[in-house]
Design a protein around this ligand. Structure first.
Ligand code: URA
Length: 408
């Protein structure tokens, strides 16, 4: 077996065997296969696709590259949710405390944002003092006591995915269904939850751009779950438009708090409710009506918000010190009409240009900057109305925000 013939086989659109996949990818992890050969195979996979069996073998190889978490010391039903990456997606910060208030356990390992998509770890680190780097014992102990805990993915879990993902990001090989499915599912299986919910983002601001691709992704991740005896539910959600009003780390934490306090009612609230209800139905085997009632009570009683505060304190965060930049620029509508679209990719790009995200892994982010959408899709505007507000830090070069809005 040798690397070049494996690359050529995939380039010709043929199916790789389990041993060829293991040889190549494990060889990359231990340094025997260089970046350029791995990049070449990844590009061949992007262009020629993989069969379901190849995707299963690749997922197995990622999982076997590290340790699997043993969550048996956490009492009760352990659930996980994962999104394939979006703009303004702070659903985890709402979903986890509500589920914990309903008696489920959420032991969630999350990632940082890369490119225009945000990451839960960056959002949480905008809370001064918040500790995302937990030992496994701390993670399990906090999940048992609070009901949920969120920490950064450990290096021991699927290290191969980490190395391959970093290479994909800089070689134009992220948007491939086999590569995304094996990457996401290997992490979820290795992190040990019983029930897994996958939020498949579809649209301009997502890696998956077509409905057919999203359906294929749904089918394959549910079948990977079945192979590993995990219940997986995957649902498709819109990512043409940013989720909620805010994009940027502190701004998003504040918005999540508003949702937990029942103050918001937009596409973010709707998606959070859907995810919560689906997970409750799956985990507790209850009807949709019962799930809606349980979730509603957790929110309206204030229990979910208290859970969030307890979680922040438990991980050493000081929510009182959460700050957004005090330097703002208001962007006004050039005409009257109705907002018919807000381009998620453009808003995500501007938030990144302001410093809310990274273009390279080692970039520092500014948690206080971002974009606040004063108007959302469907809103009527008059000429001169503020349609969005930019929270600015040291970086002051950005695209024209008006290009993100369609006003008709
Ligand atoms: N999220 C992941 O974890 N992996 C991908 O490949 C894409 C999104």
């Amino acid at each position: 077996m040798d690397a070049v013939s494996i690359i050529n086989k995939k380039k010709a659109g043929q199916e790789l065997t389990s041993s060829e996949i293991k040889y190549f990818f494990n060889g990359y992890l231990n340094g025997e296969i260089p970046d350029y050969q791995m990049s070449s195979l990844l590009m061949a996979i992007c262009l020629k696709d993989m069969t379901d069996m190849e995707i299963f073998h690749l997922t197995d190889t990622f999982i076997d590259s590290g340790t699997k978490l043993d969550l048996s010391k956490i009492d009760g039903i352990k659930v996980e949710k994962h999104s394939t990456g979006g703009i303004g997606d702070k659903t985890t910060l709402v979903v986890a405390p509500v589920l914990a208030s309903c008696g489920l356990k959420v032991a969630k390992m999350s990632g940082r944002g890369l490119g225009v998509t945000g990451g839960t770890i960056d959002k949480l680190e905008s809370i001064p003092g918040f500790k995302t780097n937990l030992t496994l014992d701390e993670f399990i102990d906090k999940t048992n006591r609070v009901g949920f805990s969120i920490c950064e993915s450990s290096d021991e879990l699927t290290p191969l995915d980490k190395k391959v993902y970093a290479l994909r990001d800089v070689t134009g090989t992220v948007d491939s269904i086999p590569l995304i499915a094996s990457s996401v599912m290997s992490k979820k299986i290795a992190s040990g939850a019983d029930k897994i919910f996958i939020d498949i983002k579809l649209g301009k601001g997502a890696f998956i751009k077509s409905h057919d691709e999203a359906l294929r992704f749904k089918d394959i991740v549910e079948r990977i779950g079945y192979r590993y005896k995990k219940e997986v539910r995957a649902e498709i959600s819109d990512m043409d438009t940013p989720l909620g009003n805010s994009v940027g780390n502190s701004l998003e934490v504040l918005e999540a708090i508003n949702v937990l306090q029942g103050k918001e009612g937009n596409n973010l609230t709707k998606l959070c409710s859907k995810i919560i209800v689906d997970i409750l139905m799956m985990a507790k085997n209850i009807s949709e009506e019962e799930a809606i009632k349980e979730a509603g009570e957790a929110m309206s009683s204030g229990k979910a918000y208290q859970k969030f505060l307890e979680f922040v304190k438990e991980q050493d965060g000081d929510i009182e010190q959460l700050k957004v930049s005090d330097k703002t620029i208001e962007i006004k509508s050039p005409k009257g009409g109705v907002i018919t679209a807000i381009d998620a990719l453009k808003i995500g790009t501007i938030a990144n240009q302001l410093g809310a995200g990274r273009t390279k892994l080692e970039d520092e982010i500014d948690p206080t900057v971002g974009v606040y959408l004063n108007k959302l899709v469907g809103d009527e505007v008059k000429e001169g109305d503020v349609i969005c507000t930019l929270y600015i830090g040291a970086k002051e070069e950005y695209d024209d925000p008006l290009e993100a809005f369609t006003i008709e």
